[in-house]
Ligand binder design. Structure first.
Ligand SMILES: Cc1cc2nc3c(=O)[nH]c(=O)nc-3n(C[C@H](O)[C@H](O)[C@H](O)COP(=O)(O)OP(=O)(O)OC[C@H]3O[C@@H](n4cnc5c(N)ncnc54)[C@H](O)[C@@H]3O)c2cc1C
Length: 290
């Protein structure tokens, strides 16, 4: 988002280091009262001379407290999406207050925190694009974010499948390896088939995003919905193949399942993915095959 929509000042300040991974950034859209209905957000930014003053709070922010830059969506105008602008905020600016790291079911490699903004002053040059364009930028950022989350699910599910395959070949019951039981053969066949389908769908969506296809948003939503549902199912099946050992922490399966579960929720829930897809299919004048 910074590369595409930031001013030259902001780009020269942050971009090289962000691209090198020397700085990390957080994406701040969700609020305590506005999740799926993101366009109802209440955080305010008011222009005061050559600075904006931010007040409000952002919920569930990935990496918050450990990152260097915050991309914050805040209201500068009317109610609804057209009154929202996007800002680049230094993570250590005066008045940026971090809540406790949330205790989560999984995804513990990074913290998730509430951020409160109390009279946070930032240069006017930290506005991305023009006032009122922020929601559009935020939604465009989510297209790529959805490919990212879908890919996390596929990678984790592939590892769970690999672990289950080895376990089926090693573990003996009824005098045979588990791999000899057709019920489990069929299970792992379905796991692999669905995972390949999900991976192909993510690659197709990524291609449409890269080539700026008019249906890129629909494809990113379909790929995110499908890959995260398949990823969660494959991890659950891999745990089941491990029997009781899958449920204990000595094995990685329970962690894989806890880690992928959140992919069905963040970057827009899978219900919201269906809202996006259905809206496009049923739009007036939509092609019969998208
Ligand atoms: C670990 C984690 C990290 C996150 N990281 C970030 C981050 O870095 N930045 C950020 O901005 N946000 C982040 N989020 C927030 C995440 O995007 C939201 O949790 C998500 O968008 C859902 O919002 P909500 O939790 O308020 O649920 P709600 O919007 O309250 O939804 C509750 C339920 O109702 C369903 N629902 C809502 N509206 C509809 C509808 N119209 N039709 C059908 N069903 C509906 C939802 O699908 C869900 O099942 C993160 C969340 C988590 C858990």
């Amino acid at each position: 988002m910074i590369a595409s929509f930031g001013t030259d000042e902001v780009k020269s300040q942050y971009m090289d280091q962000l691209v090198m991974g020397e700085l990390l950034a957080s994406y701040c859209l969700t609020e305590p009262g506005s999740g799926s209905d993101a366009a109802s957000l209440k955080t305010k930014a008011v222009l005061d001379g050559d600075e904006y003053v931010l007040n409000g709070s952002k919920m569930f922010i990935s990496g918050a407290g450990e990152t260097d830059v915050l991309v914050v969506m805040a209201r500068t105008g009317e109610e609804g999406p057209k009154g929202i602008s996007a800002f680049v905020v230094p993570a250590d600016a005066a008045g940026v207050i971090y809540g406790k790291a949330e205790e989560k079911m999984g995804w513990n490699a990074q913290p998730t925190r509430l951020i409160t903004f109390e009279d946070v002053r930032i240069p006017a040059a930290n506005l991305m694009g023009k006032e009122g364009e922020g929601f559009k930028f935020a939604m465009q950022g989510l297209d790529g974010g959805r490919i990212n989350i879908a890919t996390c699910s596929i990678g984790t599910a592939q590892q769970a499948l690999n672990t289950a395959k080895e376990y089926m070949q090693e573990r003996q019951q009824f005098g045979k390896p588990l791999a000899a039981f057709q019920a489990l053969q069929f299970k792992i066949a379905d796991m692999n088939t669905e995972l390949v389908a999900a991976r192909q769908m993510v690659r197709l969506a990524a291609f449409k995003l890269d080539s700026n296809d008019p249906e890129k948003t629909t494809y990113c939503a379909m790929a995110k919905r499908f890959a995260t549902d398949v990823g969660t199912k494959v991890c659950d099946d891999a745990l089941q193949i491990h029997g009781g050992y899958g449920y204990i922490k000595e094995y990685p399966l329970e962690r894989h399942l806890r880690d992928v579960r959140v992919h069905q929720i963040l970057e827009g829930t899978n219900e919201i993915m269906r809202v996006i897809i259905a809206r496009r299919i049923l739009a007036e004048g939509a092609a019969s095959v998208l």
